[in-house]
Design a protein around this ligand. Structure first.
Ligand SMILES: Cc1cc2nc3c(=O)[nH]c(=O)nc-3n(C[C@H](O)[C@H](O)[C@H](O)COP(=O)(O)OP(=O)(O)OC[C@H]3O[C@@H](n4cnc5c(N)ncnc54)[C@H](O)[C@@H]3O)c2cc1C
Length: 406
């Protein structure tokens, strides 16, 4: 697979999956992160057309760029007030991560319920027709194809798409979330799952997000105008209550001695993790490209993540002078033991498929006498426990949190 700057004129190439490309994109975006972003961010001018949004999400989601460095960079240019809207959007990501982190059982129940829905053959026929873009609703069908082709959709379009999926097509939001997991380059357990719940009206109870034809016509610059086609007076989707909130799992003291460092797709920037002085004797990467969805993961999305992991591994390999193999979860114990490691350290994986795989691998590591130690970033540990209620409540903490951005 080749990666170039995105230019959708017939053929789309995803953005290059490297930190350098993310930094270049950030530098190019910074001048527009103030008023231009606030004014233009809701407009989707169509694939390939210049847009007011940053396109940074695949980099942020895989932590090739850190939220804190993106926030610092826009503040340096615009001040916190001048870039308020953009900063707030980055904090939506942090908020969703924290909200799910405090309620991990929601992820487990989503996966169980999704597996059960997929047993319903008639339902799957309807859902797959929608995924192929064969519903007869012009905008929706175009967006389904755009997502499969490009691995992304504009935020406003994701909202319209999810709303039409739930309320006009009357399909379960869980199948729609799985469709997004199959294709998005920025597929993220918390942002995707909770945004679908938000649209369906079960995240903020009884407040479904309603896609309206007039709003679509306005913010697509008239490319679509689905008047008379959409259900604009829906009932919110009935859902079980979210699970009780829990506290963040504690992190043990750092192990000493010989350590094996494991990278994974949830945090590919080892920078900022305070690894200097540690005795790293083995390096490896966890390969999980297909684990994110129940349906088939697109080669484009899987390939992006694989290439991002490979790039980070080869940088770490040069820095530590060690080989850096890509490993399946059940190969971790032998890899660490054969290198003489006394423990495995890994960046903290928030709730999602990587955390699931690490938990499953942990028993085998313990069996080999190896502890798995997760390194949680200080800013995550500071922000996530604040995601107890709605975003409005969380937002009140942003001024104080900005003072702590490293
Ligand atoms: C149904 C649905 C599913 C979504 N699934 C995902 C997903 O899997 N992964 C994902 O990263 N985002 C998801 N989002 C949020 C949002 O659509 C994307 O983060 C955004 O479109 C990314 O484009 P950008 O980088 O140009 O954003 P910008 O507008 O430039 O924003 C900058 C950064 O802020 C964060 N951000 C912006 N808007 C949101 C938001 N509404 N929620 C959370 N973070 C936000 C992203 O990290 C983004 O890169 C979803 C939204 C909806 C409605």
């Amino acid at each position: 697979m080749t990666f170039n700057q995105p230019a959708i004129n017939g053929i789309f190439s995803p953005p290059p999956p490297t930190r350098e490309a993310g930094l270049a994109r950030l530098a190019a975006f910074i001048p527009q992160a103030g008023r231009a972003y606030a004014v233009g961010r809701n407009t989707d001018p169509g694939p390939g057309a210049p847009s007011a949004v940053s396109g940074l999400s695949p980099y942020l989601r895989h932590r090739l760029l850190r939220e804190t460095e993106v926030i610092s960079a826009v503040i340096a240019r615009h001040g916190a007030g001048g870039a308020e809207k953009f900063i707030q959007e980055v904090f939506w990501r942090i908020y969703w991560k924290g909200w799910l982190e405090l309620r991990p059982a929601l992820w487990t129940s989503y996966r169980q319920r999704l597996a059960a829905l997929r047993e319903d053959a008639a339902l799957m026929l309807r859902a797959e027709q929608a995924m192929r873009g064969e519903t007869g609703i012009g905008c929706f069908d175009a967006w389904a194809r755009e997502l499969a082709q490009t691995g992304t959709l504009h935020n406003h379009t994701r909202m319209w798409f999810a709303s039409i999926w739930c309320f006009t097509l009357k399909l379960p939001w869980l199948l729609g979330a799985d469709f997004f997991f199959q294709h998005l380059l920025d597929a993220d357990a918390a942002s995707n799952l909770l945004s679908w719940r938000w649209v369906a009206g079960c995240q903020t109870p009884n407040k479904p997000y309603i896609a309206r034809a007039a709003n679509i016509a306005h913010y697509t610059n008239g490319r679509f105008a689905p008047y008379g086609v959409l259900n604009e007076a829906p009932e919110p989707v009935a859902e079980p209550n979210p699970p009780a909130m829990q506290t963040l799992p504690a992190i043990d003291d750092l192990p000493r001695g010989k350590l094996a460092l494991l990278l994974h797709e949830d945090d590919l920037g080892a920078g900022g993790l305070a690894l200097s002085g540690m005795n790293i004797v083995a390096l490896g990467g966890l390969a999980l490209a297909a684990a994110r969805a129940f349906g088939p993961v697109s080669e484009q999305a899987a390939g992006w993540t694989r290439a991002a992991l490979a790039g980070s591994l080869s940088q770490a390999s040069r820095a530590y002078g060690l080989a850096a193999p890509v490993l399946a979860p059940d190969a971790l114990a032998a890899w660490a033991r054969d290198a003489g490691a006394e423990a495995v350290i890994t960046p903290y994986a928030p709730v999602g498929w990587t955390a699931d795989a690490l938990r499953a691998a942990e028993a085998k590591l313990h069996g080999a006498g190896l502890r798995l130690h997760r390194l949680r970033r200080a800013f995550d540990a500071r922000c996530w426990p604040l995601a107890r209620r709605g975003f409005f409540d969380f937002k009140a903490h942003i001024p104080a949190l900005l003072k702590e951005v490293p």
